[in-house]
Design a protein around this ligand. Structure first.
Ligand code: GLC
Ligand code: CA
Length: 545
């Protein structure tokens, strides 16, 4: 199983308020104790941090804020000693506008580096296309010192790299191999579906009053991304037997086998089906909440799609999402039992489970009393979008607080010491005020804690008796029509039933047969009469049948 670290917020070893690589090394034993095999680090390359490191200015270095290259090499080695592997983030749809390539493109737009980007002649009063960037506003910005404009589908400090150019692709493969030579286990691959644009560029029907259209409208028209992805696989990952997991939001129907089938472009890709549920073209303010039934359907839909093809990577949160327990559990019901239920339900799905830092402690969304407390650029954009749509500042703040990426980026809660034990300095982003009750120190030695529950889930997945079934077994939904009950069989040489009562009211179920063994239960008891079980509030059971 894998664990995502957001380095800036994990652990600060030198009191500057910013998490760092030596801090991660200090916590490797914690991760090993939890049972982690693979650690994915969000970017720690040099970056002006316009998008928290997803804007890279040098692919061959470590940002001094996070440490040195020696620290990185030590991290890889120390992890390996504990049988753990490090994945770095591969951010190659775009670089930073402070990258040397971009600076050279400004100096000589017609030269080698001009062709590393998408440049168009500037025309007064008209943009090359009407696409809206993911973080708001048009995707075109003026190329400094020239009469051209460049394309950026994310922030304007994140110019898109031109993958049509073979020289650019060579540079990227060279960099990937350079890192793999250092002993990395592989990469998580950022925003990769964006590397192929629909050519020639053209306008699409606007979808908001700003006259622009979502970038996805253009992406739907693209063909041929496979040539790039296959080439990247063959030239890099394949040679090192490296693990790769793609951040892929919108592959086209039928493309899944190419992405994660045998000889797919990636080892795995994230399942975002539940994460994107309820999204609206209009913006966060118009998004629909997700109910337990929706969550169940999203999971099963994705499982069904991937079943005969490959392994999805399963998450309930990451650095771009609100905390899973805050999103998928009704607010008034967020408690240790419901957190454990959610943990078991997603962790036992077929695929590769990923835990995002602090998820194992049940970290929750934080509180924002003003927009000034928010750092995340996408939240700032969505706040404006909500205001423009006529919401009051209070309403807009509430919308953004529920979805802000900063919810997941508050510092890791290690203990009840000041600043949650994350730093002895001033944290770069405020800690969640609930840290005195939710923290690692309080949970590590408590057998009833969420941390211990996750540990048991991980042990179970690794137990040789059940491994075949949990890792490779098929998934078959059970009691599908029962409301607020999420249940499924995992079948291989054994049959397991995972069953969760996704509500505060009790609910009874009749099992098809008596079970052999209870493998996990978030309560001390099972209220049972023969094969009929009365599930407690948010009770979850993993049974061997
Ligand atoms: C991915 C990252 C996100 C970033 C974006 C642009 O979605 O996960 O944090 O803002 O790509 O790199
Ligand atoms: Ca630091």
């Amino acid at each position: 199983m894998a664990y995502q670290i957001y380095p800036k917020s994990f652990y600060d070893s030198n009191k500057d308020g910013i998490g760092d690589i030596p801090g991660i090394i200090e916590k490797l034993d914690y991760l090993h104790d939890l049972g982690v095999d693979i650690i994915w680090l969000s970017p720690c390359y040099p970056s002006p941090l316009a998008d928290q490191g997803y804007d890279i200015s040098d692919y061959y270095n470590i940002d001094p804020r996070f440490g040195t290259m020696e620290d990185m090499e030590r991290l890889i080695a120390e992890a390996k000693k504990r049988n753990m592997y490090i994945l770095m983030d591969l951010v190659v749809n775009h670089c930073s506008d402070e990258h040397e390539w971009f600076r050279k493109a400004c100096e000589d737009p017609e030269g080698r580096y001009g062709h590393f980007f998408y440049l168009r002649d500037k025309e007064e009063g008209k943009l090359p296309t009407n696409w809206r960037s993911y973080f708001g506003g048009p995707v075109w910005a003026d190329l400094p010192g020239t009469d051209k404009q460049y394309l950026h589908v994310f922030h304007k400090k994140q110019p898109d790299l031109n993958w049509e150019n073979p020289e650019l692709r060579e540079e990227i493969y060279k960099n990937i191999n350079w890192w793999l030579e250092k002993g990395l286990g592989g990469f998580r691959i950022d925003a990769i579906i964006n590397i192929k644009k629909a050519l020639p560029f053209r306008d699409y029907t606007p979808d908001r009053e700003d006259g622009l259209c979502n970038v996805n409208t253009m992406l739907k028209e693209t063909t041929g991304i496979g040539a790039f992805l296959g080439e990247m696989r063959d030239r890099t990952f394949l040679k090192y037997d490296a693990f790769s997991v793609g951040e892929v939001f919108n592959e086209k129907p039928g493309e899944l086998p190419d992405f994660i089938g045998e000889n797919g472009y990636f080892s795995s890709m994230f399942d975002f089906n539940a994460a994107i549920f309820g999204q609206s073209e209009k913006g966060w303010y118009d998004a629909k909440p997700i109910t337990p039934e929706d969550y169940k359907n999203c999971c099963f839909e994705a499982q069904e799609k991937a079943a005969d093809i490959g392994f999805l990577s399963n998450i309930i949160e990451n650095h771009d999402e609100p905390r899973g327990v805050s999103r998928y559990i009704p607010e008034s019901d967020c408690c240790p039992e419901s957190k454990k239920m959610l943990a078991a339900l997603y962790f036992m799905l077929r695929g590769i489970p990923f835990i995002y830092q602090g998820q194992e402690l049940g970290m929750e969304n934080t509180q924002f009393s003003s927009i000034a407390e928010i750092d995340d650029i996408s939240s700032l954009d969505e706040y404006q979008v909500a205001l423009d749509a006529g919401l009051s500042p209070e309403e807009a703040l509430k919308v953004v607080a529920g979805r802000s990426r900063d919810n997941a980026r508050t510092p890791m809660q290690w203990s009840d010491a000041p600043n949650a034990g994350f730093t002895e300095g001033t944290p770069w982003l405020s800690v969640n005020p609930n840290y005195p009750s939710i923290n690692a120190a309080a949970q590590q030695n408590d057998p009833d804690s969420l941390f211990s529950f996750y540990k048991q889930l991980i042990r179970l997945r690794k137990n040789p008796v059940y491994q075949q079934t949990i890792v490779y077994g098929i998934l078959e939904p059970a009691f599908r029509k029962r409301k607020n009950l999420m249940a499924y069989y995992r079948r291989s040489d054994k049959t397991l039933l995972v069953i969760g009562n996704y509500q505060r009211q009790e609910q009874s179920v009749t099992l098809p047969a008596a079970y052999k063994k209870v493998l996990l239960n978030n309560y001390a008891d099972i209220a049972q009469d023969g094969t009929s079980i009365l599930l407690h509030k948010y009770q979850v059971l993993i049974l061997e049948l």
